[in-house]
Design a protein around this ligand. Structure first.
Ligand code: HAM
Length: 418
């Protein structure tokens, strides 16, 4: 074949698209009850939006961004995630002037030049949420509970909420020192990237996926043991609030996020059914990010769900093709045009009607009705047009109902047969 999608990119076709729409609808419904409003952001941004926030030494910035120079000689990047773009918009439009908390959600494609494999794409879709302006861990608990509600409502089963705190700019220097002291003697056993990151950003060594590095960092100090009083109090509060809301979770002190902007709360929702790409959703707090983008110090927290990862986990997700309510089978000279008009009128009253525009025999028209799975069929021949009467054949239960050739009557019969 001459033309194909790029590696790591995919077409999403019917009937699978109905599962996507279903998840999007569930999410919108839940977002509404929590006061989240939709925000649509560009997929292309100035490169520095991502480098400074996600982190120069993160895998995303070092290896995975779709960055190019546009015709105006600017370095631009296809967004690898939504939070940096969101915070750029939050500051650009002075949204911090509105009363807190301000809550937003987005849905759309993200781009990362990763090695494609099962559940890992170069263009993938996220449903993300961001809540701004509140430091209290009750907001963390609320947003995690909302995520749990969305995932539960999609019918997702067997996922774990893993939670940790990664500290803040006050407790991080001491943790960084403790980590460096641990790593220093064994640095030779780490990969080149990790050795380079030792001075630049040693915390990134905890996120390295090279098996030898995973092995060598066994027993490294845990950030949870180095939290300052404020972070500890915040984390204890969050755990308590999650108990109050009955959100089942576990503490994973080894949880590391691949983005540098996080502070305090970090979480991942994982599934063992996805092999190595086990995170179906993830997020955390980013209390310093608005500040970094030039806005007034404003705390924030959010998450993003990976669509391509939750869809395979939803039972019966490969939905069947939707069948039309009615197939009109015209026979003879006049009938096709009458059929065209009748279908249009039925559609205006909410019936999904199709007309067979191919002038074929009755037998082959009925074969087509079966192939489409049409719920009802009417044959529109010369006789029917002359009498102004048709027979509605219900293809599900086999009943036949005589009807006047009139929209409201046909609608009633079709609706009653559903
Ligand atoms: P992230 O952990 O990089 O966080 O991505 C969130 C989710 O997107 C992952 O848990 C995964 O389900 C999905 N995902 C990531 N990369 C891929 C890929 N290559 N193929 C398929 N799915 C993928 C963020 O993006 C943060 N912006 C989340 C956030 C929002 N934090 C605060 N607010």
């Amino acid at each position: 074949m001459k033309h194909k999608t790029l590696k790591g990119f995919q077409d999403i076709l019917p009937p699978e698209i109905s599962v996507w729409q279903h998840i999007e609808k569930i999410s919108r419904d839940v977002f509404k009850t929590y006061g989240y409003q939709e925000i649509r952001l560009p997929v292309l941004e100035s490169t520095d939006i991502f480098t400074r926030s996600i982190g120069e030494t993160s895998d995303i910035v070092e290896k995975e961004m779709y960055t190019f120079t546009d015709k105006g000689d600017r370095s631009v990047t296809l967004r690898p995630e939504g939070t940096a773009s969101f915070v750029r918009a939050y500051v650009e439009h002075h949204l911090f002037n509105n009363p807190a908390p301000q809550k937003f959600y987005y849905m759309g494609p993200m781009f990362r030049y990763e090695r494609p494999q099962a559940y890992r794409y170069r263009q993938f879709y996220q449903i993300g949420a961001e809540a701004m302006g509140v430091e209290d861990p009750k907001l963390d608990a609320e947003i995690i509970s909302m995520l749990s509600k969305i995932l539960n409502s999609t019918g997702l089963e067997g996922v774990n909420f893993e939670l940790t705190s990664i500290g803040c700019k006050n407790c991080r220097p001491a943790y960084r020192d403790a980590l460096k002291n641990f790593l220093r003697d064994r640095l030779n056993s780490f990969c080149g990237d990790c050795q380079r990151r030792f001075d630049l950003n040693p915390l990134r060594i905890l996120d390295c996926k090279v098996p030898g590095c995973i092995e060598s960092r066994q027993g490294s100090p845990a950030v949870l043991d180095h939290l300052c009083a404020d972070c500890k109090q915040h984390f204890d509060g969050l755990k308590r609030n999650l108990e109050t809301l009955s959100v089942r979770h576990s503490i994973n002190p080894n949880l590391v996020r691949g983005l540098d902007y996080y502070t305090k709360t970090a979480f991942e929702v994982t599934s063992e059914s996805l092999g190595s790409q086990k995170a179906v959703a993830a997020g955390g707090r980013y209390d310093g990010l608005v500040d970094e983008f030039g806005g007034p110090p404003t705390p924030g927290i959010g998450f993003a769900i990976g669509m391509e990862r939750i869809i395979p986990l939803i039972k019966g997700s490969m939905s069947k093709a939707e069948p039309p309510d009615l197939l009109i089978c015209p026979l003879g000279q006049e009938a096709p045009e009458k059929g065209l008009l009748l279908a249009e009128q039925l559609r205006s009253s909410g019936i999904w009607a199709e007309v067979n525009y191919e002038q074929t025999s009755l037998k082959s028209q009925m074969r087509k009705a079966n192939r489409l799975g049409a719920k009802n069929v009417i044959v529109l021949g010369e006789d029917e047009l002359k009498k102004g009467e048709v027979v509605v054949k219900n293809m599900v239960n086999g009943t036949e109902t005589k009807a006047v050739l009139e929209v409201q009557e046909l609608k009633k019969i079709i609706k009653a047969g559903k």
